[in-house]
Structures are given as C-alpha cells and as structure tokens.
Design a binder for this molecule. Structure first.
Ligand code: ADP
Ligand code: NG1
Ligand code: MG
Length: 461
C-alpha cells in the first residue's frame, strides 16, 4: 500500500539555493555563540487560514495553507542534558534549563515557553526517560501575534528539533497531534489547525484539515487565484489574555446547553461539532436549533447553573478553564451561530474549488466576506483597524477579504486575481500604510502576496 504523505516523517533535505544566504548567516552566528557548527536545521512554517475561523476547537474542518515565513532552529547536541535557546532577535532573552526537570508557566507566556511546549510534547509522547541536551539558535520570520501562527511554528519547530536530535522518527501526523496537544501547556485551548498545516502542508496546495481523526485533503485553488496578506499591525498575544479561551468556553457552554435541551449526555459534550454528530442534522438544521434553543441576550452564571442543574463550582469544573473562571457573561447564541455557519462555508469553499464554476473567484471572495462579517459581528474577534483594512482591500480590487487567525488585530487575507496583485498591493499601501508614520516603515513585512508553501523540514547541510 502507498503511504499517505501525512504518515511519513518530515523530509530531511538540503538547504534550498534561494535560502542559502539566510542559513549561512545563521551558521556563522551559531558558531560565534556556541563555538561549533550546527548539526542540523529544523524549520516549521506559519500559516494563513483562508476560511474556517475559530471552529477547529469545535471539531470542524478548516482550510489554511502554509506561508513561506517560518521559525528555524539551528541545532547542535550537548552533553549536559540541558536545552539552551538563543534568539536572533535580541528582544527575546536567552534561556537555559535542564531537560530532566522544567516547568512551563501559563501565567507568563515568555517566548521560550512555547519551545518548551514542543520539547515536552515529544518527550511525553515517547515516554522517554533520557533525553539528549541541545543548543538552538532560533530565527523567526513569521510576524508575531498577528494571526499567522508564529506560536505554533515555534512549538512545532522545537518538537521537530527534539525528535531529530534524539533519533526519534515521528510522522507528520503524529507530530501535528502531539503539538496541538502540547501547545495547551501555554494555556490557550486551541484546536489543531496550526500544527497540522505546519507539518502537513504541500507546496502549491491549500489543505482541508478535518479532525477526530486528523486528516487532510489537498485543495487546488482555481487558476488565477492569488492571496495577499495585510497586517493591521495591531498585535494580540493569545496566551497573555483570556479573550481566546473565553470564546472556547462560550462554544463549550453553547454545546452543553444545546445537548441538555436535546436530552443528550451534556457533561460528556464539549464540542459544537459533537452535538451535530449526535443529532445527525445538517448545518441549516443546526442553525435553526440554535435559534429555537438559545437566546440572544448574554447568559450569566446563575442562568447557566439553572439550565445545566449544577452548582457554580460544578460549572467551573464541567465547562470553564483556568483563566475564564472570572467571566460573568457568555454569548452562546452568537458564538454557536458563527460556528455552524462558518463550518458550512468551509465546505462551500471546498466545493467551489473542486467544481470550478466560471464565477469561482467571485464565489470564494463572497464566502470570505461573509466569514469576516461573522467573525466581526457574531464572534466579536476582529478589531476596528482590521475591519478598516479589510474594507480597503475590497475597495482596492480584492474579490474578498477577511481577518485570519484568532484575530483581535493581526492580519487579513484577501483573494485577488493574479493579474491584479501589484495594483491591489499599491492601492492598499497608499490607503493604509503610507499615510501613517507608525505603519509606513513596516509596509514591506506587513503587506505581501503569498503562495502555498511546504510543511516542516529538516536541513542537514
Ligand atoms: P500568533 O498569532 O503569531 O500565533 P500568539 O499570541 O499565539 O500569536 O503567539 C505569539 C508569541 O509567540 C509571541 O509573543 C512570542 O512569545 C512567540 N514568538 C513568535 N515569534 C517568535 C520568534 N521569532 N522568536 C521567539 N518567540 C516568538
Ligand atoms: P493563532 O491566531 O495563530 O494564535 C488560533 C488557534 C487556532 C485557531 C485560530 C482561530 C492555537 C495554537 N491556535 O490561532 O487553533 O483556533 O486561532 O481560527 O491556539
Ligand atoms: Mg498562536
């Protein structure tokens, strides 16, 4: 039987010619700091999610592609059973600890804690008693806290480096599952999209990623489709705030209230996707059920306790997470409506890509616009600057535009015709970046066209 690509380990290859300068600089910096050459490089890319926002942790399929921006570890082993992490960017402080005994802080998400998540994930997966120590010089090009998944690129890269120096061969799929789980150690309760695409991406392809079990399908975008990324330059650190986990909890509560109303075992229900599966209804029927069952006014804890017939302490245990116990108001109708409609849009997007009707690009653009409106109005995870930027993109000729990633700032992604990339980029530059002295110098990193890139790799020269 032919092995599916996802069931093979990340490839070990030579540094591509166009990347040689970057890696030569890394090598020389590494030698300056550690006194010898790195033995390998590990790289893991960030991603842009084309559609399917805030639904992976509800059990629903998403449709991202990898970007060329990545996190790279230049690595050598040591004899001390310690990990030493040095970052090319001096604003990230150097860090060392024993690999035999270390903690990951949830309350203070320092950069190295993301790396330690990946390290711990792989060690735990292997059940390893003894681990090889290593030194790593870290170089990142994914804009941070901008919805392009710099955090997961860091987690995945650290996991891959750990596996490689220990001689543990893990498939892309296993690494993706391990990393989705272990990024929770930083405190955010995300789904598995970012880690899956970081390992399983294929050059030139977007991916439909489905969960439980994890599986991917290549999606060939219609000819003439291109994507541009626009960073609003509003940063949002997901682990340093509870915004992200509040949405996870609101979805869980919506699932539990719907399940209880339908006579399903609500305590075992955690995902809106799980409710749909148990009821065997389609998306429109789920949206009607949400309308009939949930009200638009926010729920408070008293009402939730009454509905679920639990005490406040039981509610905290069954439904809340560590950094959301303080929350007093929960919008269940709006969040559930977003999730079921967005999940439906992902499949509509895939169908358009498969069937390629003559107006395919317009249809994809329309789905992206709808997705943005839902994120902004129902999920409330956009930001005024990002809304403005998304509109500028449309006014500049994009066929559709939306926020991407967790939001509350960060990037937008726009669908444009390949032939109008330059004209859209110029118009967006002139409208959003150039007039603002804080934004203007950052235009080059903030505004760019992107192609679907490769997944994580090891370079051995
Ligand atoms: P994103 O949307 O980029 O995933 P997160 O808030 O989830 O945003 O993660 C951002 C965090 O990831 C940063 O605050 C930092 O700790 C870490 N990070 C991102 N890029 C780098 C890098 N190049 N080097 C070190 N840490 C990084
Ligand atoms: P970003 O913006 O990259 O931190 C997060 C989650 C994803 C997904 C998106 C929203 C993590 C690691 N990532 O991404 O799983 O839920 O938000 O669609 O938690
Ligand atoms: Mg992240």
């Amino acid at each position: 039987m032919i092995k599916k690509m996802d069931d093979t380990p990340p490839p070990v290859c030579k540094i591509p010619d166009k990347e040689k300068d970057r890696y030569a600089k890394l090598q020389s910096k590494f030698k300056e700091r550690f006194g010898h050459d790195p033995i390998i490089y590990a790289r893991a890319p960030g991603r842009v999610n084309l559609i399917g926002e805030h639904i992976d942790y509800c059990g629903y399929a998403v449709l991202p592609m990898a970007i060329e921006q990545d996190i790279v570890f230049a690595v050598s082993t040591n004899n001390s059973k310690e990990i030493t992490l040095v970052n090319q960017d001096p604003s990230y402080k150097e860090f060392s600890c024993s690999l035999e005994n270390f903690t990951i802080s949830r309350s203070d998400p320092q950069w190295y804690n993301y790396a330690l998540c990946g390290v711990r994930g792989v060690i735990e997966h292997m059940g390893a008693g003894s681990v090889v120590g290593f030194n790593a010089l870290v170089d990142g090009s994914v804009p941070k806290s901008a919805g392009l998944s710099s955090s997961s690129a860091l987690v995945c890269c650290a996991a891959l480096a750990t596996a490689q120096v220990n001689g543990w061969t893990l498939t892309k799929k296993v690494l993706a599952e391990v990393c989705a789980k272990c990024e929770h150690y930083i405190g955010t309760e995300g789904g598995g999209m970012d880690q899956a695409i970081s390992f399983m991406a294929n050059h030139g392809m977007a991916k439909l990623i489905e969960f439980n079990p994890l599986r991917t399908t290549n999606i060939l975008l219609p000819a003439g489709a291109a994507f541009i990324i626009t960073n609003s330059l509003v940063e949002h650190n997901k682990a340093a705030t509870s915004d992200f986990n509040i949405r996870v909890v609101e979805c869980r509560l919506a699932a539990q209230v719907l399940a209880k109303a339908q006579g399903l075992p609500w305590r075992e229900t955690r995902l809106l996707g799980g409710v749909q599966k148990q009821l065997g209804l389609n998306f429109d029927e789920m949206l009607s059920l949400v309308k009939e069952t949930l009200h638009k006014e926010p729920y408070n804890k008293d009402e939730l306790c009454q509905l679920l017939e639990v005490t406040p302490d039981e509610l905290a245990l069954s439904s809340l997470s560590q950094n959301t116990t303080h929350v007093t108001s929960f919008k269940l109708f709006q969040r559930a409506t977003h999730v079921y409609s967005e999940a439906s849009r992902v499949y509509q997007f895939r169908t358009v890509c498969e069937e390629q009707p003559t107006d395919a690009l317009q249809r994809l653009g329309h789905l992206m616009d709808e997705s943005h409106a839902s994120c902004r109005d129902l999920y409330e995870c956009s930001h005024p600057d990002l809304d403005k930027l998304v509109q500028i993109c449309r006014d500049s000729g994009a066929l559709g535009s939306r926020m991407t990633g967790a939001g509350w700032g960060g990037c937008g992604v726009s669908l444009v015709e390949s032939k109008s990339i330059m004209s859209v980029l110029t118009k967006v530059r002139d409208a959003y970046y150039t007039p603002d002295p804080a934004r203007a110098p950052l235009t080059k990193q903030a505004l760019f066209a992107t192609q679907p890139g490769n997944g994580a790799e090891i370079y051995n020269n």
